[in-house]
Design a binder for this molecule. Structure first.
Ligand SMILES: Cc1ncc(COP(=O)(O)O)c(C=O)c1O
Length: 415
């Protein structure tokens, strides 16, 4: 134990790792500056008068091979626009994962639909057709499938289930840019796909998001209007057809997005190369990296691995502290050591005044007790997983150092 950095020994990772937090791990440079300069010089900072947002949308749609892409302010806004497009009745149920960002649940509750948490597969930590099926009721309207950590969920059985029950499928691809499932790009498999360009994502515009669609007006609404005040601007004049927020992306974000989009394939490939190297390095270490399903391309938003507490002689938080001391940039569990439904906003229904809506709306029966273990596999996964921040700045050399740090700490804490 004395050789561990936490006990004063030398760090396995001597220099700080490249990070998504700043220039060290992000590919931001002359290309973004050139695009931004053009926008500033043009004086047109809004999509209403500029051209970058439309160009970014076209480029994104082309890269994904989808019919339509609508740029919005962030990933939560993308998912909110998607739920507004679906137009659920108050109290309708939308199934989601408890292993996801709160940005997946906010849009459901904001539209007064009830979030219903399906359990996850312990290997991928994604929801499955079987776990979704167990949650179906006559009030189920849609499924939001998060491809967590950038590892595709098993979409064929999910789409077949959705088809059988007439359900709408939104892919939450906030962590899954250019991930593929059996040759298809994530975001192009469900009815709608939602992306985030927040600072840590595979490409960034600081904050930013995109909704992509493969089908038009199934619900009688135009997707674009769902983040634009319900305003059919192309008709000219002013009109507001339904309740929808203003989620515009600015031309400044879109300018950065255009430059980042060109780099996206290389940035994703770089994440995968470093991750593959680490996975190979960990082959003989007693940890279980999150599974990428066969015929899929995982794109490593985080590099996540599980540790079996029975094989450790200290709590996982001690192991995490030792890893951090060695130079690892990570944390326990996603979205944290507890699943999403245990956070106060959901657990205590801190939503609209003291109403408790949508959970307390008339006819809603999904009013579980805050102490209930809704999803046992997710509870275990959150408690036993170590998530490491990943970025395109990591090289195979960094992956080797990370592997060495994990090997060192796991050996020291082995039961
Ligand atoms: C899986 C997932 N869904 C939704 C979001 C929300 O995106 P944003 O932070 O851009 O609102 C995120 C981002 O953190 C995410 O990782």
């Amino acid at each position: 134990m004395n050789h561990l950095a936490i006990n004063g020994g030398p760090r396995a990772i001597a220099e700080p790792l490249p990070s998504f937090r700043d220039h060290s791990g992000r590919s931001l440079g002359d290309e973004e500056i050139a695009e931004l300069t053009e926008v500033i010089r043009s004086g047109a900072l809004s999509f209403l008068t500029g051209r970058k947002t439309a160009a970014f949308e076209r480029g994104f749609a082309e890269l994904l091979g989808v019919k339509e892409a609508v740029a919005v302010a962030n990933g939560t806004a993308a998912l909110h626009a998607a739920v507004i497009y679906l137009n659920p009745e108050p109290g309708d149920e939308i199934i989601l994962s408890p292993v996801t960002d709160i940005g997946t649940a906010i849009p459901i509750m904001a539209q007064l639909a009830v979030p219903v948490f399906a359990d996850v597969d312990p290997l991928t930590q994604n929801i499955t057709a079987a776990s979704i099926e167990a949650c179906l009721t006559p009030r189920t309207r849609a499924i939001i499938v998060t491809h967590v950590f950038g590892a595709p969920a098993d979409m064929d059985p999910i789409m077949a289930l959705a088809e059988r029950h007439g359900l709408f499928v939104i892919e939450d691809c906030a962590q899954a840019h250019l991930a593929t499932y059996k040759g298809r790009v994530c975001g192009s498999i469900g009815h709608l796909g939602c992306f985030s360009f927040q600072q840590s994502k595979h490409m960034t515009t600081g904050d930013g998001g995109m909704v992509v669609a493969n089908e038009d007006k199934r619900f009688g609404r135009e997707l674009r209007l769902c983040g634009d005040k319900g305003w059919p601007r192309q008709k000219g004049g002013r009109d507001h057809l339904f309740l929808a927020p203003n989620y515009h992306m600015t031309e400044l974000q879109a300018a950065v997005g255009l430059a980042q989009l060109k780099k996206l394939p290389a940035m994703v490939a770089s994440r995968i190369d470093a991750a593959d190297r680490l996975t190979a390095r960990l082959a003989d270490v007693n940890v279980a990296p999150a599974t990428i399903l066969p015929d899929c391309r995982g794109v490593y938003f985080y590099y996540a691995f599980r540790m079996d507490p029975r094989h450790l002689r200290a709590p996982i938080k001690d192991v995490m502290q030792a890893l951090v001391a060695e130079g690892i940039d990570g944390f326990i569990g996603y979205p944290g050591p507890i699943p999403l439904y245990r956070y106060p906003v959901i657990r205590e229904r801190l939503t609209f005044g003291s109403s408790g809506w949508p959970f307390t709306l008339p006819g809603v029966t999904r009013n579980w007790d805050s102490s209930d273990v809704l999803c046992p596999e997710a509870e275990k996964a959150c408690a036993e997983t170590i998530c490491m921040w990943w970025s395109e700045g990591l090289t195979s050399g960094h992956a080797d150092q990370i592997g060495e740090a994990i090997e060192k700490v796991v050996a020291a804490y082995a039961a």
